[in-house]
Every structure is written in structure tokens, then in C-alpha cells.
Write a protein that binds this ligand. Sequence first.
Ligand code: XMP
Length: 522
Amino acid sequence: MENILVLDFGGQYNQLIARRVRECQVYCEVHSSDMPIDEIKKMAPKGIILTGGPNSVYDPASPHADQELFSIGVPILGICYGAQILAYQLGGKVSTAPVSEYGKTETVVDTDIPLFHGWAERSVAWMSHTDYIEKAPEGFTVTGHTSNCPVAAMQDESKGFYAVQFHPEVVHTDEGMKLFRTFVYDICGCKGDWQMGSFIETTVASLREKIGSGKVLLGLSGGVDSSVAAALLSKAVGRQLTCVFVDHGLLRKNEGDEVEAVFGQGGQFDLNFVRVDAAEYFYEKLAGVTEPEQKRKIIGAEFINVFEKEAEKIGEVDFLAQGTIYPDVIESGLGKSATIKSHHNVGGLPEHVNFKEIVEPLRMLFKDEVRQVGLQLGIPEKLVYRQPFPGPGLGIRIIGDITSEKVRIVQDADAIYREEIDKAAEDWKESHNMENPSWMPSQYYAALTNLRSVGVMGDGRTYDYAVALRAVITSDFMTATAAPIPWDILTRAADRIVNEVSGVNRVFYDCTSKPPATIELE
Ligand code: XMP
């Protein structure tokens, strides 16, 4: 299969480069910049991309490319630090820029050359550099500049060397995607023979090779990532895989049964599925605990405890699988720590489970790519598009102490609220023939305040709980605004909740942003 090799010099956006290549339907792998030249030749890439990175090429300790890379006859695209590598190692000059550029920058390019085919002469490109190419190497022509960067792009077409100081992989570069298409199709001669289906095939093949006849254990949370990992592993090694699903009694209404219907006996996947119904155990451990951090810690620690007990029953396993995806890798910092990032969602890596190695088949993918893989593997849409749900579950959506009665209240209220929002969104999409209404939240749920107040129902006085409805719009979950849910939807949900959920006589809507509030209540 044709492939593009991305050599990683430590930049922030390196997997994004790989993703852009995959969007062109071309297979792509990211390897460290010190990948031995013989291995590179063995891979036979159609093209090589050198990524950005935080170093200065003239610092002797900084990573460089093997000089032989420039004579193997494969087109090379250098991006940012990668562009400077090309300049420096081929005899040009790189130095500290008098003015460093950061952010959206008007860039002028030579639209007559193939790399910038179809570009506007002036467009916005994303810059992030303190060094710059002062002088292009011999044989190169300068093909782009900005007001502060004389060599924003250069090429030696005869050798197939192309360099851009800006980052075509980020969305802020207007014409970025065009550049990738031109590079992989016109310059490298790729045909675009790769699809997410091929990711599944190659991953299944490499999982089989790695796992052999070994046993694999996976903690299935019911979330998208661990579900997709389970489906992939089941395709690769079938019943060598055991999925342990710990139901801590703090899941949304019917969620445990939904997960079991997909992955348990009679479901569509061939794997060993163990569901541990530990609700009572968790309620007992949490009885009377009101402090949020303590609740989180108890849920996390007990989750691992229960998981480990099940693992012990299975005995020694060869591989512990995790649904780690690329954003988790970034969040936990690149490098060694990344490989042990727990994707348990709740606790951490189990310490007492005997396993030899970790497998993380989704490590290269972004969330939407994981969803595509999930759909192709036959996981129901409802599960694939599930909104994020915190590991400690409803435990942090019930203010104060947790009881089975409060869990029941919040589960019922939450199911009604989500149903009303989903229904209204569907109606809106149908009547407007559009993707989503502007009020569509990224995450929405009902929580139980620990507050009781007086109400009247029929002719009698009530003294019941107040439910809080939350809905936020966010792209990164670090900051968020309260979603402007139309009033009729809110009041319909509120009416249904007080009528249908016993123990509730009042409903609040949370209008706060994050910051100063957080998305979850605890
Ligand atoms: P906060 O409440 O911090 O939430 O604004 C931000 C996002 O993270 C989710 N969240 C968690 N996810 N384990 C998780 O896997 C947790 O302990 C946890 N706490 C919060 C929350 O649902 C929101 O999407």
C-alpha cells in the first residue's frame, strides 16, 4: 500500500499532519526523526514530511535528519522546523528571526509552481517560529514570503524538495488542505487507495501479529473509545479478548444494559464479556461521603479494586488493552509517560494486574476518526455518538451524599431531559434541513442538587428535591458557555420531570459559563 512517512521532530501538530494525509485517503505513519535510514528505505514511502519542532537547527543538540535522506530520491516536504532542516542541512542559512511570527499571517506565494496550484496569491497562513530561513540553499528558489519572513516557502523541484515555514496542517491556514493534496497526489504520485477500512485491516493484522495466541484484557467503560478498541480487538483476536465492564451503579439510565446488549452474549462481537454489577458495593463505600474530591477518589480506587479482582479470576494476561486516543497522548505529554496513560477514565492503571504489555490500537486517531472506525465495525450510532460522560459518572452529578434513591431520581430526570433535547434537535434539523441548531449543546445532562424545597402538588404540600439542568457549548471542554436552549424545550423538560419523576418538585437551569463554573457540578 502506498504510504507517506512523517518524521517527527517534536512539533505540537505532528499527528495533525498525519491526519491531513489520511484525509487525502493516503496511508501515513509518524515515526521519530531518528528512524534509521535503512528502515525508511524498507518502508518505501512515496513521500516524506519533516515536521515542526521546538528546537533551533544550529543548536548541536537539536535533532537532525540523516544526510542520506536527501539522496534516496523521494519527495520531501519540510514544515516549519522541517523547512529549516532542509535549508540548514542542504547548505542554506537559518538564524534567529529579527521578528518572530506567531498566528495568522498574510503570506504571498508563487501560484505558478505546482505546490501552490490553485492558491490565491495572498492568503492567511499560520506561523509559529522564532528562527527563520535567512538564505535558501543553492539550487532552491524562494516561492513564498511574508512581511517579516523572506523565505516563507522554497523549493528545489528537480530534487523534489519543498519547504514551508508556515503550518499547512492547522485550520487557520486557508489553503492548507490544498497543499497536502497537491503534495501527495501531484508531487508524490499517490492515488489515494486508503480508507478508514484499511486502517481497520492494517490494525487488525498488526494486532494479530503482536498478540499471537496471547490473552488480552480490556476495561470497557461503555464510552466511545474503549468500545471501539473492544470491537477492533475482537475482530483481531476474538475470544482471546476479555472485556471487563464494571457497572458502578452510577451510569445513566439503562446504560449498563445497552453496553451489554452490544458487547455481551448474543451481541454482535466475538469476545468474552464480563459485567460486574457492583452498584450496591459502590453505594456502600460512598455512604455518607459528601466531599467531591473524596467521592471521586473513592469511586476511582474502588473501580480499580473491582477491576483487579475480576482480572485475578482471569489469571495472568499477556496484554492490557486501552482505548487511548491521540488527544489523550497529547494531554499526558509526549514521551514515555504517554505509553502508560490510563484510559480507565476513573482511576489509574491497575497495579496488581499481571500483564506483560499494553496495546493501544487507537493511539494514532482523533475522536472523529475513532467514531468512523466504530461505525465501520458495526457499533450502533447511538453508542458511537454518545456525549462525553465522566468516569465517576452520576457520582459527581449528585451533590452531597449518594444513595440509590438519588441515583434513581437523577437517572430518570436525565433521561427525560436528554430525550427532549434530542427530539427537539431532530425536529429542528428536519424543518431547517441543516446540521444542527445553534443552541445544540456539546454536553447536556440533569443533576441532582442536594436542595429540597416546598412545592404544591394536587392539594398537598411537597418537600422534594430540585433538579438542575445543564447544557454547555464547547469545542475543547476547557472553557464552555451555557447553551441557549429555547425556553419551550426547557419548560417541556421541566414539566415532564416534575410530573414523571417522584421526589422532584422543582427544576433549575444552570446559566453559568466555565470558568468560573465547571461543566460538572463536582
Ligand atoms: P469539568 O467539570 O472539569 O469537565 O469542567 C470537563 C469535561 O471533563 C469531563 N470530566 C471527566 N471525564 N473523568 C472523565 O473521564 C473525570 O473524572 C471527569 N471529570 C469531568 C466532563 O464530563 C466534561 O466533559
